[in-house]
Design a protein around this ligand. Structure first.
Ligand code: SF4
Length: 389
Protein backbone atom coordinates (compact mmCIF):
# COMPACT_ATOMS: atom_id res chain seq x y z
CA UNK A 1 0.00 0.00 0.00
CA UNK A 2 1.13 3.48 -0.81
CA UNK A 3 1.35 4.79 2.75
CA UNK A 4 2.05 8.48 3.08
CA UNK A 5 4.46 8.72 5.93
CA UNK A 6 5.01 12.14 7.38
CA UNK A 7 5.95 13.29 10.88
CA UNK A 8 7.01 9.75 11.67
CA UNK A 9 3.54 8.33 12.32
CA UNK A 10 2.70 5.39 10.12
CA UNK A 11 -0.09 3.60 11.99
CA UNK A 12 -3.55 3.49 10.50
CA UNK A 13 -6.46 5.26 12.20
CA UNK A 14 -10.08 4.15 11.97
CA UNK A 15 -13.11 6.35 12.57
CA UNK A 16 -16.58 4.78 12.87
CA UNK A 17 -19.60 7.07 12.86
CA UNK A 18 -22.59 6.20 15.02
CA UNK A 19 -25.22 8.73 14.08
CA UNK A 20 -27.83 8.28 16.81
CA UNK A 21 -28.64 10.70 19.61
CA UNK A 22 -31.41 10.77 22.20
CA UNK A 23 -32.37 14.26 21.07
CA UNK A 24 -31.03 16.75 18.54
CA UNK A 25 -29.19 19.68 20.14
CA UNK A 26 -30.26 23.16 19.07
CA UNK A 27 -26.92 24.05 17.45
CA UNK A 28 -26.14 20.72 15.78
CA UNK A 29 -25.81 20.14 12.06
CA UNK A 30 -23.81 16.90 12.30
CA UNK A 31 -24.97 13.65 10.70
CA UNK A 32 -27.06 12.56 13.67
CA UNK A 33 -30.63 11.48 14.21
CA UNK A 34 -32.83 11.23 17.27
CA UNK A 35 -35.69 8.93 18.20
CA UNK A 36 -34.77 6.15 15.79
CA UNK A 37 -36.37 2.75 16.27
CA UNK A 38 -34.33 -0.28 17.29
CA UNK A 39 -34.92 -1.64 13.79
CA UNK A 40 -33.32 1.41 12.15
CA UNK A 41 -30.34 1.17 14.52
CA UNK A 42 -29.93 -2.54 13.82
CA UNK A 43 -30.12 -1.99 10.04
CA UNK A 44 -27.57 0.79 10.29
CA UNK A 45 -25.04 -1.35 12.13
CA UNK A 46 -25.56 -4.15 9.61
CA UNK A 47 -24.74 -1.66 6.84
CA UNK A 48 -21.74 -0.30 8.76
CA UNK A 49 -20.41 -3.82 9.24
CA UNK A 50 -20.91 -4.53 5.53
CA UNK A 51 -18.86 -1.44 4.69
CA UNK A 52 -16.02 -2.66 6.94
CA UNK A 53 -16.13 -6.18 5.46
CA UNK A 54 -16.22 -4.79 1.91
CA UNK A 55 -13.12 -2.74 2.61
CA UNK A 56 -11.37 -5.82 3.96
CA UNK A 57 -12.31 -7.84 0.88
CA UNK A 58 -11.24 -5.14 -1.55
CA UNK A 59 -7.89 -4.76 0.22
CA UNK A 60 -7.17 -8.38 1.09
CA UNK A 61 -3.97 -8.36 -0.94
CA UNK A 62 -2.74 -5.04 0.42
CA UNK A 63 -0.25 -4.67 3.19
CA UNK A 64 -1.82 -2.16 5.56
CA UNK A 65 -0.11 -0.54 8.51
CA UNK A 66 -1.32 -1.88 11.86
CA UNK A 67 -4.17 0.13 13.33
CA UNK A 68 -3.05 2.23 16.26
CA UNK A 69 -6.14 4.39 16.83
CA UNK A 70 -9.86 3.74 16.66
CA UNK A 71 -12.40 6.46 17.28
CA UNK A 72 -16.10 5.69 17.75
CA UNK A 73 -17.75 9.05 17.24
CA UNK A 74 -21.17 10.43 16.58
CA UNK A 75 -23.85 11.21 17.20
CA UNK A 76 -23.84 9.59 20.58
CA UNK A 77 -22.25 6.14 20.46
CA UNK A 78 -23.10 5.65 24.14
CA UNK A 79 -26.83 5.93 23.33
CA UNK A 80 -27.02 2.59 21.49
CA UNK A 81 -27.05 -0.87 23.02
CA UNK A 82 -23.50 -1.87 24.00
CA UNK A 83 -23.73 -5.03 21.89
CA UNK A 84 -23.47 -2.88 18.73
CA UNK A 85 -20.24 -1.36 20.01
CA UNK A 86 -18.88 -4.79 20.98
CA UNK A 87 -19.75 -6.26 17.57
CA UNK A 88 -18.18 -3.35 15.72
CA UNK A 89 -14.91 -3.62 17.65
CA UNK A 90 -14.86 -7.37 17.33
CA UNK A 91 -15.31 -7.07 13.55
CA UNK A 92 -12.51 -4.49 13.34
CA UNK A 93 -10.26 -6.90 15.24
CA UNK A 94 -11.19 -9.66 12.78
CA UNK A 95 -10.29 -7.71 9.68
CA UNK A 96 -7.45 -5.41 10.77
CA UNK A 97 -4.24 -5.89 12.69
CA UNK A 98 -4.80 -3.75 15.75
CA UNK A 99 -1.85 -2.89 17.90
CA UNK A 100 -2.01 -3.92 21.55
CA UNK A 101 -1.35 -0.33 22.58
CA UNK A 102 -3.94 1.17 20.21
CA UNK A 103 -5.82 4.19 21.50
CA UNK A 104 -9.51 3.26 21.32
CA UNK A 105 -11.89 6.14 22.06
CA UNK A 106 -15.64 6.30 22.42
CA UNK A 107 -17.70 9.48 22.55
CA UNK A 108 -20.10 9.59 25.44
CA UNK A 109 -22.86 11.99 26.25
CA UNK A 110 -23.96 12.31 29.87
CA UNK A 111 -27.37 10.82 30.48
CA UNK A 112 -26.72 7.86 28.19
CA UNK A 113 -24.01 5.99 30.08
CA UNK A 114 -24.83 3.09 32.41
CA UNK A 115 -22.47 1.02 34.54
CA UNK A 116 -23.19 -1.99 32.33
CA UNK A 117 -22.27 -0.07 29.16
CA UNK A 118 -19.07 1.37 30.65
CA UNK A 119 -17.80 -2.00 31.86
CA UNK A 120 -18.63 -3.63 28.52
CA UNK A 121 -16.73 -0.87 26.69
CA UNK A 122 -13.76 -1.52 28.93
CA UNK A 123 -13.91 -5.28 28.28
CA UNK A 124 -14.13 -4.60 24.54
CA UNK A 125 -10.79 -2.78 24.74
CA UNK A 126 -11.94 0.84 24.78
CA UNK A 127 -9.38 2.77 26.80
CA UNK A 128 -10.34 6.40 26.27
CA UNK A 129 -13.63 8.29 26.63
CA UNK A 130 -14.55 11.65 25.19
CA UNK A 131 -17.40 13.17 27.17
CA UNK A 132 -19.58 16.01 25.85
CA UNK A 133 -20.23 18.32 28.78
CA UNK A 134 -20.22 21.71 26.96
CA UNK A 135 -21.09 23.76 30.06
CA UNK A 136 -21.45 23.16 33.77
CA UNK A 137 -24.56 25.33 34.22
CA UNK A 138 -27.97 23.77 33.67
CA UNK A 139 -29.38 27.00 32.19
CA UNK A 140 -26.75 26.86 29.42
CA UNK A 141 -27.31 23.15 28.79
CA UNK A 142 -30.98 23.96 28.38
CA UNK A 143 -30.31 26.75 25.87
CA UNK A 144 -28.08 24.37 23.90
CA UNK A 145 -30.84 21.78 23.89
CA UNK A 146 -28.56 19.21 25.49
CA UNK A 147 -30.35 16.16 26.77
CA UNK A 148 -28.36 16.06 30.00
CA UNK A 149 -27.99 18.08 33.18
CA UNK A 150 -25.00 18.82 35.37
CA UNK A 151 -26.13 15.97 37.66
CA UNK A 152 -26.07 13.56 34.69
CA UNK A 153 -22.51 14.60 33.91
CA UNK A 154 -21.41 13.97 37.50
CA UNK A 155 -23.06 10.55 37.41
CA UNK A 156 -21.39 9.65 34.11
CA UNK A 157 -18.00 10.63 35.47
CA UNK A 158 -18.56 8.47 38.55
CA UNK A 159 -19.52 5.54 36.31
CA UNK A 160 -16.46 6.02 34.12
CA UNK A 161 -14.12 6.20 37.09
CA UNK A 162 -15.61 3.19 38.82
CA UNK A 163 -15.36 1.22 35.56
CA UNK A 164 -11.63 1.89 35.42
CA UNK A 165 -11.49 4.68 32.80
CA UNK A 166 -8.61 6.99 33.64
CA UNK A 167 -7.98 8.50 30.24
CA UNK A 168 -10.81 10.79 29.30
CA UNK A 169 -11.41 14.03 27.52
CA UNK A 170 -14.19 16.54 28.11
CA UNK A 171 -15.66 18.93 25.53
CA UNK A 172 -16.59 22.43 26.62
CA UNK A 173 -17.96 25.36 24.64
CA UNK A 174 -17.47 29.10 24.83
CA UNK A 175 -19.34 31.95 23.21
CA UNK A 176 -22.75 30.60 24.23
CA UNK A 177 -25.87 32.76 24.44
CA UNK A 178 -26.11 34.13 27.98
CA UNK A 179 -22.71 32.73 28.97
CA UNK A 180 -20.49 34.93 31.15
CA UNK A 181 -16.80 34.68 31.95
CA UNK A 182 -17.69 33.49 35.46
CA UNK A 183 -19.63 30.59 33.92
CA UNK A 184 -16.59 29.54 31.90
CA UNK A 185 -14.39 29.72 35.00
CA UNK A 186 -16.89 27.74 37.05
CA UNK A 187 -17.09 25.07 34.33
CA UNK A 188 -13.30 24.69 34.34
CA UNK A 189 -12.97 24.70 38.13
CA UNK A 190 -15.65 22.05 38.52
CA UNK A 191 -14.19 19.95 35.73
CA UNK A 192 -10.77 19.82 37.35
CA UNK A 193 -12.31 17.89 40.26
CA UNK A 194 -12.70 14.93 37.88
CA UNK A 195 -9.05 15.03 36.70
CA UNK A 196 -9.55 14.87 32.92
CA UNK A 197 -6.45 14.08 30.87
CA UNK A 198 -7.66 16.08 27.89
CA UNK A 199 -10.00 18.95 27.20
CA UNK A 200 -11.38 20.29 23.94
CA UNK A 201 -12.70 23.83 23.95
CA UNK A 202 -14.85 24.95 21.04
CA UNK A 203 -16.46 28.24 20.19
CA UNK A 204 -20.11 28.02 19.28
CA UNK A 205 -20.57 28.22 15.53
CA UNK A 206 -24.01 29.11 14.32
CA UNK A 207 -24.85 26.68 11.54
CA UNK A 208 -27.49 28.01 9.15
CA UNK A 209 -30.85 26.31 9.51
CA UNK A 210 -30.33 25.08 13.06
CA UNK A 211 -32.86 26.20 15.71
CA UNK A 212 -30.07 28.09 17.50
CA UNK A 213 -29.20 30.09 14.37
CA UNK A 214 -32.89 30.88 13.81
CA UNK A 215 -33.35 32.07 17.42
CA UNK A 216 -30.33 34.34 17.18
CA UNK A 217 -31.49 35.68 13.83
CA UNK A 218 -34.95 36.37 15.26
CA UNK A 219 -33.38 38.27 18.16
CA UNK A 220 -34.58 35.75 20.72
CA UNK A 221 -31.05 34.95 21.87
CA UNK A 222 -27.97 37.15 22.15
CA UNK A 223 -24.48 35.85 21.62
CA UNK A 224 -21.45 37.30 23.39
CA UNK A 225 -19.65 39.64 20.97
CA UNK A 226 -16.35 38.62 19.32
CA UNK A 227 -14.22 40.31 21.97
CA UNK A 228 -16.08 38.56 24.79
CA UNK A 229 -15.84 35.23 23.00
CA UNK A 230 -12.07 35.66 22.49
CA UNK A 231 -11.69 36.69 26.13
CA UNK A 232 -13.39 33.42 27.09
CA UNK A 233 -10.96 31.50 24.91
CA UNK A 234 -7.98 33.17 26.58
CA UNK A 235 -9.42 32.58 30.04
CA UNK A 236 -9.68 28.86 29.20
CA UNK A 237 -6.15 28.92 27.82
CA UNK A 238 -4.65 30.63 30.89
CA UNK A 239 -6.55 28.49 33.37
CA UNK A 240 -5.62 25.19 31.76
CA UNK A 241 -1.95 26.12 31.36
CA UNK A 242 -1.86 27.08 35.06
CA UNK A 243 -3.23 23.61 35.78
CA UNK A 244 -0.39 21.97 33.85
CA UNK A 245 -2.21 21.34 30.56
CA UNK A 246 -0.46 21.76 27.24
CA UNK A 247 -2.18 23.60 24.44
CA UNK A 248 -1.25 21.37 21.52
CA UNK A 249 -3.88 22.19 18.90
CA UNK A 250 -6.13 25.20 18.40
CA UNK A 251 -9.04 23.60 20.31
CA UNK A 252 -7.20 20.90 22.27
CA UNK A 253 -5.43 20.80 25.63
CA UNK A 254 -3.92 17.80 27.35
CA UNK A 255 -1.91 16.63 30.30
CA UNK A 256 1.63 15.85 29.06
CA UNK A 257 1.56 12.65 27.00
CA UNK A 258 -2.24 12.59 26.60
CA UNK A 259 -2.67 14.14 23.16
CA UNK A 260 -5.46 12.56 21.12
CA UNK A 261 -3.34 10.23 18.99
CA UNK A 262 -6.29 9.74 16.66
CA UNK A 263 -6.97 13.43 16.04
CA UNK A 264 -3.29 14.12 15.42
CA UNK A 265 -3.63 11.97 12.29
CA UNK A 266 -6.09 14.50 10.86
CA UNK A 267 -3.50 17.28 11.17
CA UNK A 268 -0.49 15.29 9.96
CA UNK A 269 -1.81 13.87 6.70
CA UNK A 270 -1.42 10.25 7.75
CA UNK A 271 -3.91 7.70 6.45
CA UNK A 272 -7.15 7.02 8.26
CA UNK A 273 -10.29 5.20 7.29
CA UNK A 274 -13.77 6.49 7.94
CA UNK A 275 -16.66 4.05 8.13
CA UNK A 276 -20.31 4.94 8.56
CA UNK A 277 -22.72 7.65 7.59
CA UNK A 278 -21.02 10.85 6.45
CA UNK A 279 -17.61 9.53 7.58
CA UNK A 280 -14.50 10.85 5.88
CA UNK A 281 -11.25 9.07 5.18
CA UNK A 282 -7.84 9.63 3.64
CA UNK A 283 -6.36 6.54 2.10
CA UNK A 284 -3.92 5.80 -0.73
CA UNK A 285 -3.50 9.53 -1.23
CA UNK A 286 -7.22 10.15 -1.80
CA UNK A 287 -9.82 11.78 0.37
CA UNK A 288 -13.34 10.40 0.42
CA UNK A 289 -16.59 11.15 2.16
CA UNK A 290 -19.52 8.83 2.67
CA UNK A 291 -23.04 9.91 1.79
CA UNK A 292 -24.83 11.45 4.75
CA UNK A 293 -28.41 10.41 4.13
CA UNK A 294 -29.28 7.45 6.36
CA UNK A 295 -31.48 5.43 3.97
CA UNK A 296 -29.17 6.07 1.05
CA UNK A 297 -26.18 4.84 3.07
CA UNK A 298 -27.95 1.59 4.02
CA UNK A 299 -29.44 1.08 0.53
CA UNK A 300 -26.07 1.51 -1.18
CA UNK A 301 -24.43 -1.07 1.05
CA UNK A 302 -27.36 -3.49 0.81
CA UNK A 303 -27.10 -3.29 -2.97
CA UNK A 304 -23.38 -4.11 -2.80
CA UNK A 305 -22.22 -0.57 -3.62
CA UNK A 306 -19.80 1.78 -1.91
CA UNK A 307 -21.26 4.69 0.07
CA UNK A 308 -18.09 6.71 -0.56
CA UNK A 309 -17.61 9.64 -2.88
CA UNK A 310 -13.92 9.59 -3.78
CA UNK A 311 -11.86 12.62 -4.70
CA UNK A 312 -9.06 12.25 -7.23
CA UNK A 313 -5.65 11.25 -5.90
CA UNK A 314 -4.23 14.42 -4.39
CA UNK A 315 -1.71 16.28 -6.47
CA UNK A 316 1.56 17.24 -4.83
CA UNK A 317 0.62 20.91 -4.75
CA UNK A 318 -2.65 20.13 -2.96
CA UNK A 319 -0.87 17.84 -0.53
CA UNK A 320 1.67 20.56 0.26
CA UNK A 321 -1.04 23.08 0.99
CA UNK A 322 -2.96 20.63 3.23
CA UNK A 323 0.25 19.69 5.01
CA UNK A 324 0.74 23.38 5.82
CA UNK A 325 -2.69 24.53 6.86
CA UNK A 326 -3.59 21.37 8.77
CA UNK A 327 -0.17 21.26 10.45
CA UNK A 328 -0.46 24.89 11.52
CA UNK A 329 -3.41 23.91 13.74
CA UNK A 330 -0.80 22.38 16.04
CA UNK A 331 0.61 24.93 18.43
CA UNK A 332 4.09 23.44 18.08
CA UNK A 333 3.91 24.51 14.43
CA UNK A 334 5.46 22.92 11.36
CA UNK A 335 9.13 22.25 10.62
CA UNK A 336 10.69 23.15 7.30
CA UNK A 337 13.07 20.15 7.39
CA UNK A 338 10.06 17.78 7.66
CA UNK A 339 8.42 19.47 4.69
CA UNK A 340 11.67 19.08 2.80
CA UNK A 341 11.85 15.39 3.68
CA UNK A 342 8.33 14.92 2.28
CA UNK A 343 8.38 17.20 -0.73
CA UNK A 344 12.04 17.94 -1.48
CA UNK A 345 11.82 21.70 -1.10
CA UNK A 346 11.49 24.39 1.56
CA UNK A 347 7.99 25.65 2.39
CA UNK A 348 9.50 29.00 3.28
CA UNK A 349 10.83 29.30 -0.26
CA UNK A 350 7.76 27.94 -2.01
CA UNK A 351 5.16 29.77 0.10
CA UNK A 352 7.31 32.79 1.03
CA UNK A 353 4.86 35.23 -0.58
CA UNK A 354 2.05 33.80 1.62
CA UNK A 355 4.08 33.39 4.80
CA UNK A 356 5.93 36.73 4.92
CA UNK A 357 2.83 39.01 5.03
CA UNK A 358 1.30 36.77 7.73
CA UNK A 359 4.51 37.05 9.77
CA UNK A 360 4.55 40.83 9.22
CA UNK A 361 0.94 40.98 10.39
CA UNK A 362 1.84 39.17 13.62
CA UNK A 363 -0.23 36.08 12.79
CA UNK A 364 2.65 33.67 12.26
CA UNK A 365 6.06 33.34 13.85
CA UNK A 366 9.09 32.06 11.90
CA UNK A 367 12.41 31.29 13.59
CA UNK A 368 14.24 29.99 10.55
CA UNK A 369 13.15 26.38 10.94
CA UNK A 370 9.70 26.30 12.60
CA UNK A 371 6.59 28.19 11.53
CA UNK A 372 3.79 28.54 14.06
CA UNK A 373 0.73 30.53 14.99
CA UNK A 374 1.16 33.48 17.31
CA UNK A 375 -1.45 34.28 19.95
CA UNK A 376 -2.97 36.73 17.48
CA UNK A 377 -2.83 34.01 14.82
CA UNK A 378 -4.99 31.80 17.04
CA UNK A 379 -7.63 34.53 17.11
CA UNK A 380 -7.60 34.74 13.32
CA UNK A 381 -6.83 31.09 12.58
CA UNK A 382 -9.15 30.82 9.59
CA UNK A 383 -7.50 33.77 7.89
CA UNK A 384 -4.12 32.03 8.24
CA UNK A 385 -5.36 28.61 7.09
CA UNK A 386 -7.26 30.01 4.10
CA UNK A 387 -4.12 31.80 2.90
CA UNK A 388 -2.57 28.40 2.10
CA UNK A 389 -5.55 26.99 0.22
S1 SF4 B 1 -25.19 15.11 21.05
FE1 SF4 B 1 -23.71 15.88 19.55
S2 SF4 B 1 -24.21 14.87 17.61
FE2 SF4 B 1 -25.95 14.57 19.03
S3 SF4 B 1 -27.35 16.22 18.51
FE3 SF4 B 1 -26.07 16.95 20.20
S4 SF4 B 1 -24.34 17.99 19.22
FE4 SF4 B 1 -25.36 16.77 17.66
Amino acid sequence: MNTIKVHGIAGLGIYCHIPFCLKKCAYCDFSSFSSQSEEVIRDYFEALHKEIRNFARENENSVLPAVDTIYLGGGTPSSVDARYIEKTLSLLRDVFVIRDDAEITIEINPGTLTGDRASRYKKAGINRASVGLQAWQDFLLKILGRVHSQADFIKSMEILKSSGFENFSVDVMVGLPGQKLEDVMETLRELMKFSPTHLSSYSLILEPGTPMANWVEAGQLDLPDDDEEREMHWVVDGFLKDQGFEHYEISSYCRPGYESRHNIKYWELVPYLGFGLGAHGFFNGRRYGNVNELNQYCDLLNAGNSPGVFEPVMETREMMSEWLFLGLRKLSGIRDNEFMACFGESFFVRYGDVIKPLVADGLLEWDGSVLKLTARGQDFGNRVFMAFV
